[in-house]
Design a protein around this ligand. Structure first.
Ligand code: ADP
Ligand code: MG
Length: 342
């Protein structure tokens, strides 16, 4: 075989292998785009567990008509422009791959209208070269991305889809995780035309606690202690449940770094250690914790799905999380004792 450049669709399908594992990964990428666009209302409509349709509508900044083609192209992003930006990322996206990847493995239409533009326009990419056609459309301010027949042209991927129920439960989990991190955004999740979850704007502490209860259950919030500490450019806030509320599964371990949901070993280890002997060995703590730090002190460009980060001062961050959580738990267990120690 001679060396040749791959057609655009095939190159995008290869990239899709890394980020578009299942319908829930599409939902995550698209909702993150809506959040990056400053949306405050996001509607997620799913049909047949996402295999038939995933439609995300937002009231964000929109995409101008003459940028629609670029939005669907690989390595095209409005979020970074140079290495310096890459080293201090404050948006959820930056790789410029999601729309191109998703549209290479589905029938995707992108409809958008920025406030400053009179009319809405719709774009779709066709064929092996993914040529984009743009036509007028009807749409209010914001963006709708409609993903139909996911993996219709990649049978190997399609085979890996689980039942409608399982795929939808993964989508629900993605929405719950995002809803916990974005109290100032309202989310509606619809499955097969039925509203399944509705998170209203949570702009007061009471409404925030209500949203946490909606995601984690009333039991969690009844047993949870609020955490807040700011020190040396680091902020840790959220809720941790008393050891009595420990779980046999790690289903209530929610941690975020600068608003991005994480599955991070260092953070989990620090929290686990804070509970030390208070938890039975085979049990997991329940927590919702938000770590905020300077974007220059954390590298988010570690994994295409961005579940992991690398901290520049890992040990320091570990000990920061450990000590705050441990202190909170000890104070709750033995309030009088904690006063004496101080
Ligand atoms: P990335 O998020 O890494 O920049 P994407 O492929 O997800 O890459 O999106 C490409 C570009 O399309 C984004 O940089 C953004 O400018 C635009 N875009 C995508 N979704 C939206 C949206 N919902 N609202 C406004 N702009 C969007
Ligand atoms: Mg994106």
């Amino acid at each position: 075989m001679t060396i040749q450049i791959l057609p655009a669709r095939l190159a995008n399908q290869i990239a899709a292998g890394e980020v578009v594992e299942r319908p829930a990964s599409v939902v995550k990428e698209l909702v993150e785009n809506s959040l990056d666009a400053g949306a405050t209302i996001i509607k997620i409509e799913i049909e047949k567990g996402g295999a038939k349709r995933i439609r995300i509508s937002d009231n964000g900044s929109g995409i101008a008509k003459d940028e629609l083609t670029l939005a669907l192209s690989r390595h095209a992003t409005s979020k970074i422009k140079d290495l310096d930006d890459l080293e201090g990322i404050s948006s959820l996206g930056f790789r410029g791959e999601a729309l191109a990847s998703i549209s290479s493995v589905s029938r995707l239409t992108l409809t958008s209208k920025p406030e400053a533009q009179e009319e809405a326009w719709q774009a779709q990419a066709f064929g092996r070269d993914m040529e984009v056609t743009v036509q007028p459309a009807a749409h209010g301010n914001g963006t709708t991305i409609d993903v139909v027949d996911l993996f219709f042209n990649t049978p190997a991927r399609r085979k890996f889809l689980r039942t409608e129920k399982t795929e939808f439960s993964h989508i629900e989990e993605v929405i719950k995780r995002i809803a916990l991190a974005k109290f100032n955004v309202a989310f509606t999740l619809v499955h097969n035309s039925k509203v399944v979850k509705q998170f209203r704007l949570a702009d007061t502490p009471q409404k925030q606690a209500k949203r946490v209860a909606q995601v984690c259950g009333n039991g969690f919030i009844e047993h949870a202690h609020e955490v807040y500490c700011q020190h040396d450019g680091l902020t840790l806030s959220g809720w941790i449940a008393s050891p009595q509320f420990s779980r046999s599964q790690n289903d209530l371990c929610y941690s975020y770094v600068n608003g991005r949901m994480m599955r991070d070993k260092l953070i989990n280890h620090a929290i686990r250690q804070a509970y030390q002997d208070m938890l039975p060995a085979d049990h997991y703590p329940a927590f919702v914790l938000f770590l905020e730090l300077n974007v220059k002190d954390v590298d988010v460009n570690v994994h295409p799905a961005k579940h992991e980060v690398r901290f520049h001062h890992g040990r320091y961050i570990h000990d920061f999380i450990y000590s705050i959580c441990h202190k909170t738990l000890v104070e709750q267990a033995m309030p009088a004792f904690a006063e004496v120690v101080e």
